[in-house]
Design a protein around this ligand. Sequence first.
Ligand SMILES: *Cc1c(COP(=O)(O)O)cnc(C)c1O
Length: 364
Amino acid sequence: MRKTFNFSAGPAVLPEQVLQEAADEMMNYKGSDMSVMEISHRSALFQSIIDETEADLRKLMNIPDDYEVLFLQGGTSLQFAMIPMNFMRNRKADYILTGYWVNKACQEAKLFGDIRIAASSEDRNFSYIPDCSDLSIAPDSDYLYMCENNTIYGTKFHTRPDSKGKILVNDISSSFLSEPMNVSDYDMLFGGIQKNLGPAGLVIAIIRKDLISETVLPGTPTMLRYKTHADKGSMYNTPPTYNIYIVGKVIKWIQSLGGLEKMKEINETKAALLYDYLDKSDMFYGLADKDSRSLMNVTFRANSEELNSAFVKAAGKNGIISIKGHRSIGGMRASLYNAMPIEGVKHLVKFMEEFEKNGGQYAE
Ligand SMILES: *Cc1c(COP(=O)(O)O)cnc(C)c1O
């Protein structure tokens, strides 16, 4: 059992059971006398790892057959370019600006076309999800872009935007496999796995097959075309083999807990412990509007800057790791990803209660 709780936004905590299994298999995977890291990606042994990971993910998320599952590299940030390169026909797209990562995606897409902001929550530093029930989207817009869970601001969409029949692309990096999703409500879901599914360096993209075509922007490199990866079963080049192996284990761990419905229930219980305390505390308060709150990233502050820094410092000495908020919002952020045990959240809340009771004077 570990002695600390890691609240990092990513790379982030992984299930102890998964790490232990990987450790057990480190030197000799299934009698091969090799580590998974050392196995050829063209071997039958690795082929069965990637096939099983994809099949398990399809089952867990209930991914329809007319969607491709791709294992890609370059982080979520490379998708910010690949999406316009692959989907822009009219060189126009609409973005729902809900934070830092969408802003980055916009900046990248502007290299390729005209980007419109269909809705934004920038006026209140991204503390809420704007109303997206009746967006004005240009008739010739190529797609609508959103980010399901805003990792930095601690907000999350609780209803799907009406994309008015346009292609809907959703960055799910920080809510991936945290709850059930209706995949066919979207045309593309994608996310870096380092928040909730495994080690940094792999992106999983789930894309409606008929959107993957030869027709891409002129000059799009081979590696940046979805078709290249779809045609070769994500093995056009050497994929991040070890990451795929770990994701496979994380998926099996979620299955063993009871699947995504159960995962959601656990995540709601964990988040409620912290939000309930924030709502009644006189020292701490949550930063996201109640109806926009994230289950995965809880952002909060204490009454003064002095208290914020005293809290982060004291927390670090009490087994609460990486609780400091992102520089663009300040305060604190507790990331409660799937692998954060409920004991971790209880420990945090208990520590906050003591800190508040002592008026921020915490014995070191
Ligand atoms: C972390 C994160 C990113 C950036 O991921 P990289 O893999 O570092 O490029 C993008 N979007 C969201 C929602 C994130 O949480």
